[in-house]
Design a protein around this ligand. Structure first.
Ligand SMILES: [Zn+2]
Ligand SMILES: [Zn+2]
Length: 347
């Protein structure tokens, strides 16, 4: 539903951003599905736009700057200071508190308070209130309509590869799930020279995109996936990334790992995992969760933006644009797999 609501003025440490584009991420759909009892809210957390106004305490961001928005973090807890803002002690309240009704009040409509400040932005709107911790200034040459998903989905997949898995040219990487996150991981792996990338997804059109982006082996999910992967990679993969949050798929990914292999999990909402403890031990294997690609967004988003501008991160392979008014069509296309990364454009 699209309607006019009031956004309060920026406080001393806040930034008012006019959105140019915003991606849709699966977390928006997950929260929408769960938020039935919470009441009206504005979601959206892959915004990109132009700064209109900054509070007097804001440093490093000026009116007119082009910015990519990302997740919010406090900047002062032990984890933020250790360079791990995606594990910020206040991650929950700062990113979903406003939508759950406990956080900041930024939006009001005819019926009263509306949940806002989602990921410190609520970017399914023409304007957003942000802070410098989740506002990354980017070059004016960067196409904001392509860059919007850098703030969450692309950062999540790319960061999981660059910051956590860290494969090299001789590694083999298995990617489960070829949505925006999985295909971003694939693009980055190819960009850093990983030769062997096995990509798995039930949707044929997504497998075709993976093939075009340089996956060496593309497969639909299957009961014998582990055997096929083991055979084609000479005994198992050195690295694996699960984006599906499907516990059966995760078990397969674990079973496909070579000795000392590492599996990273980035899918939201997975249940209890079943993995063989002695396989974990005896092979020196690792299973690890990862939020937002372990990114320090002010570093990683800049790096990804320049890779995109140089042609090494072809986001146009996954992005499909829609006018903002067609947000529901974009969501439907994302759900049925026909759009990989919908990005909404403000007219
Ligand atoms: Zn923090
Ligand atoms: Zn997201």
């Amino acid at each position: 539903m699209i309607e006019d609501v009031d956004l309060r003025d920026p406080r001393a440490d806040e930034i008012l951003v006019r959105l140019v584009a915003t991606g849709i991420c699966h977390t928006d759909l997950t929260v929408k599905a769960r938020a039935g009892g919470v009441g009206a809210a504005v979601l959206g957390h892959e915004g990109a736009g132009v700064v209109e106004e900054v509070g007097p305490a804001v440093r490093g961001v000026r009116p007119g700057d082009h910015v990519v928005l990302t997740f919010a973090s406090c900047g002062s807890c032990d984890l933020c200071r250790a360079g791990a803002p995606s594990y910020c002690e206040l991650f929950g309240p700062l990113n979903s508190g406003g939508v759950l009704g406990s956080g900041d009040d930024t939006l009001h409509g005819a019926g009263g308070r509306i949940g806002g400040s989602f990921f410190g932005q609520s970017s399914f709107a023409t304007h957003a209130l942000t802070r410098s911790s989740n506002t990354v200034v980017v070059p004016r040459t960067l196409d904001l309509a392509m860059a919007a998903p850098l703030g969450c989905g692309v950062q999540t997949g790319a960061g999981a590869v660059l910051n956590v898995l860290r494969p090299d040219e001789d590694s083999s990487l298995l990617i489960l799930g070829l949505g925006g996150v999985g295909l971003s991981a694939l693009m980055i792996a190819r960009a850093i020279g990983v030769e062997t990338v096995v990509a798995v997804d039930p949707v044929a059109s997504r497998r075709e995109v993976a093939r075009r982006l340089g996956a060496s082996l593309v497969l639909p999910p299957a009961d014998d996936l582990v055997a096929v992967v083991r055979e084609r990679t000479g005994g198992g993969v050195t690295h694996a990334l699960d984006t599906t949050a499907n516990t059966q798929v995760i078990t397969q990914a674990f079973d496909a790992l070579a000795r000392r292999g590492q599996l990273v999990l980035v899918g939201l909402g997975m249940g209890e995992l079943r993995i063989d403890g002695s396989q974990l031990m005896s092979g020196g294997r690792t299973v690890r969760g990862c939020i937002e690609g372990d990114a320090v967004p002010h570093d990683l988003i800049g790096e990804l933006a320049s890779m995109h501008e140089s042609g090494a991160l072809p986001l146009e392979a996954i992005v499909r644009h829609y006018p903002f008014e067609l947000i529901n069509t974009a969501v439907d296309d994302m759900r049925d797999g026909s759009a990989i990364k919908p990005v909404l454009l403000f007219g």
